[in-house]
Design a protein around this ligand. Structure first.
Ligand code: ARG
Ligand code: ZN
Length: 885
């Protein structure tokens, strides 16, 4: 059945959202057009009369002319789908008019008080931007431009204001009333309603405003800061979720302590509130003193959350906490500077998690994410620099490039100057710009001044898109290895010609005799350069980009023997896993292209099998690291490696080659894999080695399934039945989902029955089926879209089913285009309801240009069908039109 034309939710047909239709060709906003706002707003008072379908908002803005801006007799206040009930200036009726969605007030003097009344309908807010209803509660999401859906306001990050908020509402429906800052007063009206007043002493931009009203309970534990300030920390959830909040609360405390120790940052309020909501477009939001989180990144216990979920909760809690300094105390001048706060904060959360969980494994995971999400973006039609030059809809720029590549760029600065000087640079940044709305340029200059480094050429990393490629060649001369590196930065949309960038690379020259060379940092800063490196012994093997010092692609053809040597002996654990990846990529791309002779095919397989055997047997490895070594390159990563230069990716051939390799490994290592499964299955849940063991257990099960589905099915069923934790249970179910075996249905049904009241676990149930390699996966997904628990209105649910499916390399790329059609139908159905989430599906289809012609034509046709449907949101219009350019 066609999702676009049939009811897909239990409530019936999706109704059209409240947004006014957008013009077909929304305007382009440019970074170079930045101008300061004509007015300052030192204080903002907000009064909310809360009701789910008609909330009355009275906003009082004290405004004064900004001497730094061009004078204007008019005050432009942004609005989105708002109508003003009344506008007064200094208590008298004002002269005002609408300009499209915005309200323009004429102001004769230097200083005025402007009062505006709006009435909004949170229950009709399906976009989940502004004030909306979720599960009986009211909450807000304002970043980037949601505040203008609450009241008319200069909704831009460089207008900082001190907020005083009063809210009043039904006591039974909303016993808890929260806002930014501190609660200064509360009271009961005696008529079933009550109120609270909040004051946030820290001036902030409107995107950091938050309000929550609902029936919530808190898990609380105070934190004492380094200077002795006692901070009340609360994690607010619905009563039935309270038992799953300890990990989030503990993670918050660990983050607070770590930021004091590692970056010298102390918390600055007496209260820190975190609220979990089940309808949320993103992961979480760093509103001052009142973080709002997707439940997915708060709730965790071993029965319902996997080890990876625990890590994600810890990482996102840390991320939002770290924003208090990198984001809130110092915010962004304009949205083009988004990476100023996001890139830096991602780096900070990655460093924190590396310190909490072990450096190498976390680094391998982060690089895997970068390659899976950012490299494809950088190589496609949506490529943009970490500091973009233009946008139509800023929500489309919350990307892996701005976040993850942004973090890599700052990590490179840190690698070049070292930890101590980097800290001097960040200290200067926090000191110099505290209380300001800053730019990426301000950050770079602070690092230059504080760390004592010239980042002149390095600034290209902020302006140039595209993943640099480095071709490596080497020559031995006496006791020196001459390493020649050539860099190219590929053309990207709007940037045909690129300059060479400074690329820091940690390298070591090992010897096949077993002598390991010392690590050193070299910086490639021209198109081609030769470095003289000392030899450690005969038969040198270069270990390069150790620890992934730079977000680049290394192009070289090391012999299989050299790669096997590095995989087994390199002293950098990251480099070991990297060597195995290189071995896998070279073999699988060759196999997918059909260019391997029978002998090369056999030799490649044999080398990989030998490396896997060694990893399984290596007693010096812990299972957490062993697990990383047993992960074959993902199909997305292989897709990138296959589609280089003028060559195109063939998803079908990649899938066949990768599954074939898995089967070859599993056939050759059947005994070892089953032994590893038995060994790891015997390690109990709370053993310190348990985490790594659980990872290895499911990985080997997945390998076994490739060669011997019947054995894998019975092992998986046994693992499922015996599991006392979600990691083991989900892992077993994941393996079963891809198999056409009788064990599959029974376990899926049992899982559903056990968890049917837990939305986050039911999300997993949808995802496992959407990601499976089962031959009928498309039929399964279509059927699941009609399941009573499916609703397109809940972002977690639509991500759990359709977003997961769009990332299923087999189902999505089914050669007849049925997967593409289904995703396009979802975009069309979701766009009128939640454009931000709908637009997130576009990049999957946007990759058509780098795919073999048959599939490319089908993908392009779907994009054209979306564009032709007319009346698209700004979000989806921008992504689809860029994907077709
Ligand atoms: N600042 C939030 C975070 O990184 C994300 C907010 C995203 N908002 C949006 N409209 N895309 O933690
Ligand atoms: Zn962030």
């Amino acid at each position: 059945m066609d999702i676009a034309t049939t009811p897909t939710t239990p409530e019936g047909n999706p109704e059209i959202a409240d947004a006014a239709p957008t013009p077909h060709d929304p305007p382009v906003i440019r970074r170079e057009d930045y101008a300061p706002f004509a007015w300052a707003v030192p204080t903002t008072r907000l009064d909310f009369r809360l009701a789910p379908d008609a909330t009355r908002v009275t906003a009082t803005l004290d405004v004064e002319r900004n001497p730094a801006a061009d004078p204007s007799p008019e005050l432009r206040l942004n609005g989105d789908s708002l109508t003003a009930e009344s506008v007064t200036v200094d208590g008298a009726p004002a002269t005002w008019r609408m300009d499209g969605p915005d309200l323009i007030v004429t102001l004769p003097g230097e200083r005025h008080s402007v009062e505006i009344v709006t009435i909004i309908d949170p229950s009709a807010n399906t976009q989940l931007m502004g004030l909306y209803a979720s599960n009986g509660m009211l909450c807000t999401q304002c970043e980037s431009e949601g505040f203008r859906r609450i009241t008319f306001f200069p909704d831009r990050p460089d207008v900082l204001s001190t907020y005083a908020v009063r809210m009043e509402g039904d006591k039974a429906a909303f016993p808890i009333l929260l806002c930014n800052g501190n609660r200064v007063a509360e009271g009961d009206n005696g008529d079933g309603t009550h109120w609270a007043e909040w004051h946030d002493p820290w001036p902030k931009p409107s995107y950091l405003f938050a309000l929550v009203a609902g029936d919530l309970v808190a898990n609380s534990k105070p934190f004492t800061t380094v200077s002795g300030r006692k901070v009340e920390c609360n994690v607010w959830v619905r009563a039935e979720d309270l038992a799953r909040t300890d990990h989030a609360l503990e993670s918050l405390h660990r983050s607070m302590k770590w930021d004091e120790e590692v970056f010298g940052r102390e918390y600055d309020l007496d209260l820190y509130n975190i609220v979990a909501v089940s309808d949320f477009n993103m992961g979480a939001m760093e509103n001052k003193g009142l973080n709002v989180f997707n439940t997915k990144y708060v709730l965790a216990d071993p029965d319902t959350a996997t080890d990876a979920d625990f890590d994600a909760v810890e990482g996102v809690i840390a991320h939002e906490y770290f924003h208090n300094w990198s984001g809130n105390r110092i915010t962004c001048r304009d949205w083009f500077q988004l990476s100023l706060k996001e890139g830096f904060t991602v780096l900070r959360d990655q460093m924190f998690s590396q310190d909490m969980r072990g450096e190498a494994v976390k680094r391998i995971e982060d690089v895997r994410i970068l390659r899976a999400a950012q490299f494809p973006e950088d190589a496609g039609p949506l490529a943009h620099p970490i500091r973009p030059d233009s946008y139509r809809e800023i929500s489309n720029f919350y990307t892996a490039t701005v976040y993850n590549k942004g973090a890599e760029v700052i990590r490179m600065m840190r690698s070049m100057v070292g930890e101590t000087r980097f800290r001097a640079g960040t200290d200067l940044y926090f000191d110099r710009h505290d209380g300001e709305a800053a730019t990426c340029e301000d950050f770079v200059r602070a690092i230059e001044d504080g760390a004592g480094v010239d980042l002149g050429q390095f600034r290209l990393w902020y302006s140039q898109a595209g993943t640099p490629r480095i071709a490596v060649s080497q020559m031995v001369e006496g006791d020196t290895l001459k390493l020649t590196l050539k860099q190219t930065v590929p053309a990207t949309p709007g940037q045909p010609d690129k300059q060479p960038m400074p690329i820091p690379l940690k390298v070591a020259v090992h010897s096949r005799s077993g002598a390991l060379g010392a690590e050193q940092l070299i910086v490639l800063d021209s198109a081609e350069q030769t470095f003289d490196l000392p030899l450690a012994g005969p038969d040198p093997v270069v270990s390069i980009n150790r620890g992934f010092t730079a977000p680049v692609v290394i192009e070289r053809s090391l012999s299989r023997e050299d790669l096997v040597f590095l995989a087994a002996h390199d002293d950098d654990p990251f480099a070991r896993s990297e060597a195995l990846q290189e071995l896998g990529v070279a073999h699988l791309v060759g196999a997918a292209r059909g260019t391997l002779s029978a002998e090369e095919q056999a030799d490649g397989e044999a080398a990989i099998i030998a490396a896997f055997r060694a990893s399984l047997a290596d007693a010096a490895l812990d299972d957490a690291m062993r697990g990383e070594l047993l992960v074959l390159p993902s199909e997305t990563y292989l897709f990138e490696a296959m589609a280089t230069g003028t060559q195109l990716a063939d998803p079908g051939a990649i899938h066949t080659a990768r599954e074939g390799l898995k089967a070859a490994i599993a056939t050759a290592l059947a005994g070892e894999l089953q032994a590893a499964h038995a060994r790891t299955s015997a390690i109990p849940l709370d053993d310190p080695a348990g985490r790594g063991a659980r990872k290895v257990k499911t990985l080997v099960l997945g390998l076994i399934a490739a060669a011997d589905p019947a054995t894998a099915a019975s092992l998986a069923a046994a693992q499922y039945d015996a599991a006392d934790n979600m990691t083991g249970r989900q892992g077993a179910l994941m393996v079963l989902c891809s198999l056409d075996v009788p064990e599959r249905e029974a376990r899926l049904a049992a899982f559903y029955e056990r968890y049917k009241d837990n939305a986050l676990v039911i999300d997993k149930w949808f995802t496992l089926q959407a990601l499976s390699f089962h031959p009928d996966v498309i039929a399964h997904v279509r059927k699941l879209a009609e399941h009573p628990d499916f609703t397109i209105r809940n972002p977690n649910r639509v991500r759990s089913l359709h977003m997961a499916f769009a990332g299923n390399p087999k189902g999505f790329h089914k050669a007849d285009g049925e997967g593409y059609r289904m995703v396009a139908d979802v975009i069309l159905a979701l766009d009128p309801i939640n454009p931000q989430t709908a637009a997130r599906f576009v990049p999957a289809l946007g990759r058509w240009r780098r795919i073999e012609p048959g599939r490319a034509a089908l993908m392009k046709a779907e994009l054209e069908r979306i564009l032709a449907s007319g009346n698209l949101s700004r979000d989806t219009f921008e992504q689809v039109s860029r994907s077709l350019e």
